[in-house]
Write a protein that binds this ligand. Structure first.
Ligand code: ATP
Ligand code: MG
Length: 460
């Protein structure tokens, strides 16, 4: 009881760090200028300071600026409690349960404000937890983390040294507690504290290690890397929605290609993207995936958005093909073989990565359009042009062609056809051979609407 009281008042561990204080690095050394900080983050730190709190820009933004990269977003860390942050900003909202944060809004921008967290509890202290602010599972996994502390402790519970840098826009100083500036210079991704304990607390940190190593072009420090292969299976315990979010960050970061290879190199893909084994071991499939990831990375780097549904369509394409073939071989009609294959593959994948059901329509359309591109006679190509997913289906076809999974001639044809004039289009249409293209009259049942592929799928 008394111990808990002392802990609450003075903070728990990090005593030695707190005693020695942070290393304060002046702007002449790190080079990050106030002007590089988003105005919304500047306003947020200023307002918190004026209200009497400590406030720093923290995390990925400081790391990226230090490395001369453009930050994706700006996060702020403070000693103000979430409710106190709410009181400082009229336009703000408390979000999260597992990990409470406050969103501060200015214009269309949002700044995430986190209150300093207390560091991980030493093992013997865990029995002291009697409230539900921090909940730890038996295997050490942190289920909730809303125990607040000081900056020293906050730095200690962050994941990697380069992610534990605090920038004060007022003084333009960087405060570091774990050597992050030096590690950034050496391009080393190093976890803070004991790697096994930190990965057990939150296995998603292993995925983050792969993601940051790929994104920053860092190498993972050997001691950090060592336990990953053994602990990888802990990812099975992570809710599939969180895994999906983390995987999308990796796939849509502009560094998907390196990220996916890093995942596999660390053995982290088993429960998440099991198809990587069969794709990356097969030179032909590997080529398709390489093109898909490379093209997506290019798009993102050029400032375009990339669609998660498109990415999933690429990753699951061969699984779907395999399933389709099996269904056909077992005597199913083309259409039901395709329906069942698509459903089976999406459901199987959803068990490990909970991607939203609204993606299913797009993925299925991209897949089912592929056979329609083969049909280049009569009215069919014209109808295909007005299909709402024509563009996504066509982009997918281009990747297949570059990845040697479809004929380049077919992709080129579909590149020319939409822009050709009426005469040119007419000339481009492939004339049915004698006897071909005549529909046999059905004896029974309704006629299939003209122009629809045998395996086209109607999507609701
Ligand atoms: P990105 O550029 O992808 O946004 P980031 O480092 O900002 O990278 P965020 O997920 O936005 O990553 O998290 C912000 C900061 O919060 C991190 O830099 C890190 O200090 C801390 N953090 C995030 N997730 C974890 C985690 N699972 N364990 C420990 N610290 C974390
Ligand atoms: Mg961030």
């Amino acid at each position: 009881m008394i111990r808990r009281f002392i802990k609450k008042v003075f903070g728990k561990s990090a005593a030695s760090k707190a005693d020695s204080g942070p290393r304060i690095i002046p702007v002449e050394v790190h080079g990050i200028r106030r002007e590089q900080i988003h105005s919304c983050a500047l306003k947020t730190t200023r307002a918190l300071k004026e209200a009497g709190y400590s406030a720093f820009v923290v995390g990925g933004a400081v790391r990226d600026l230090l490395l001369g990269r453009e930050p994706k977003d700006f996060d702020v860390a403070t000693d103000a409690l979430p409710e106190q942050v709410r009181q400082v900003f009229r336009r703000s909202r408390l979000i999260g349960r597992r990990f409470q944060i406050v969103h501060v809004y200015c214009g269309a921008d949002t700044i995430e404000v986190t209150t300093y967290r207390a560091a991980s509890l030493p093992k013997e202290d865990e029995s002291d937890e009697d409230d539900d602010a921090r909940v730890t599972a038996e295997d050490g996994m942190l289920l909730r983390d809303n125990v607040f502390g000081n900056q020293a402790e906050d730095a200690e519970r962050r994941d990697f040294t380069v992610n534990a840098l605090y920038y004060d826009p007022e003084t333009e100083e960087v405060w570091e507690w774990h050597g992050g500036v030096e590690d950034a210079k050496k391009k080393v991704l190093r976890i803070i504290g004991d790697p096994i304990q930190r990965f057990r607390e939150d296995p998603v940190r292993m995925l983050r290690a792969a993601r940051f190593a790929a994104k920053l072009d860092f190498h993972i420090d050997p001691a950090t890397r060592a336990p990953i292969a053994e602990l990888a299976s802990m990812l099975e315990r992570i809710p599939s929605a969180r895994l999906f979010d983390e995987m999308m960050k990796l796939l849509l970061s502009g560094h998907a290609e390196r990220g996916v290879r890093q995942l596999r190199a660390e053995g982290l893909h088993h429960g998440i993207l099991p198809m990587l084994d069969t794709i990356l071991d097969d030179p032909e499939r590997q080529k398709f995936l390489h093109v898909a990831l490379h093209d997506t990375d290019e798009r993102v780097r050029q400032g375009h958005s990339a669609s998660p549904a498109f990415m999933l369509a690429c990753l699951l394409w061969f699984d779907m093909q395999g399933e389709l073939k099996r269904n056909r071989n077992s005597g199913q009609s083309d259409q039901s073989a395709l329906y069942d294959a698509m459903d089976a593959v999406l459901e199987r994948q959803r068990r490990v990565l909970a991607f939203p059901r609204r993606f299913d329509g797009t993925i299925k359309e991209i897949w089912s359009l592929q056979s329609r591109f083969e049909q280049r006679s009569g009215a069919r190509p014209f109808r295909l042009l007005s299909h709402p997913r024509f563009r996504a289906g066509y982009d997918f076809l281009l990747i297949r062609a570059k990845g040697e999974d479809a004929a380049q001639e077919l992709a080129d044809w579909w590149t020319r056809f939409p822009d050709a004039n009426d005469n040119e289009r007419e000339a481009m249409l492939i004339k049915p051979q004698a006897g071909e293209g005549k529909t046999k009259r059905r004896k029974r049942g309704p006629r299939k609407p003209a122009g629809e592929s045998a395996i086209e799928v109607k999507l609701g």
